[in-house]
Write a protein that binds this ligand. Structure first.
Ligand SMILES: [Zn+2]
Ligand SMILES: [Zn+2]
Length: 199
């Protein structure tokens, strides 16, 4: 597929691309809601070239498509694909201080770090996951490791480290019910990570 850049598109072509973006995005979301991760992934794979065409690969809009793709990839066990997707999200949203483009808000940067941190947990790299999460320590822009938590831009002191690994951070006991997700990586590699950090 050869795609024209945005500047070469006329108004009706732009409208058409926007329409296709909406279609693939809503398809992806409905498949996701049904738990049909493979179909959802195909929708996101179709969506991204149109986002690229209209906004460019290194845009916040495209990063949102990559979040969808990354989530689906994790669910079907395609960890490498998920890593590529979340690395792109982090590149766009992360502050320049950490080598990103700094296009997102601090909240968005913290969320991007959390996506990648969870992936690092799955790969058994808990210390790396911790390092990503702790990037926000200095400018009080950490977030809770429970993705459903709506609190953002927290200071380190407002968060409790998981007692099993000290690598995940929670704002409250309710948020620790994230345990169903965090349990397996924590049991498997948590103790080792804790020892590594104490050394
Ligand atoms: Zn833990
Ligand atoms: Zn929380």
């Amino acid at each position: 597929m050869s795609l024209l850049s945005k500047s070469e598109l006329n108004a009706s072509e732009i409208a058409q691309v926007k329409h296709l973006i909406e279609r693939h995005r809503s398809e992806g979301e409905s498949f996701k809601a049904m738990g049909d991760w493979r179909s959802a992934m195909r929708s996101y794979l179709s969506l991204i070239p149109y986002l690229d065409k209209l906004y460019g690969m290194d845009s916040l809009e495209c990063a949102n498509g990559f979040i969808g793709l990354g989530e689906c990839s994790i669910c079907i066990g395609e960890i490498e694909g998920a890593e590529e997707a979340f690395n792109q999200v982090l590149k766009v949203r992360e502050s320049k201080e950490f080598g990103g483009l700094g296009l997102g808000s601090k909240e968005e940067a913290a969320q991007a770090r959390e996506y990648l941190a969870r992936l690092k947990e799955k790969q058994g790299q808990l210390v790396r996951a911790r390092a990503l999460r702790a990037r926000g320590e200095k400018d009080k822009s950490m977030r809770c490791s429970n993705m459903k938590c709506t609190k953002s831009l927290l200071r380190r002191e407002a968060l409790n480290a998981c007692s099993g690994c000290r690598c995940a951070f929670y704002c409250s006991t309710e948020c620790q019910f994230d345990w169903s997700r965090h349990k397996a990586p924590c049991k498997e590699n948590g103790a080792a990570a804790k020892t590594l950090m104490a050394a």
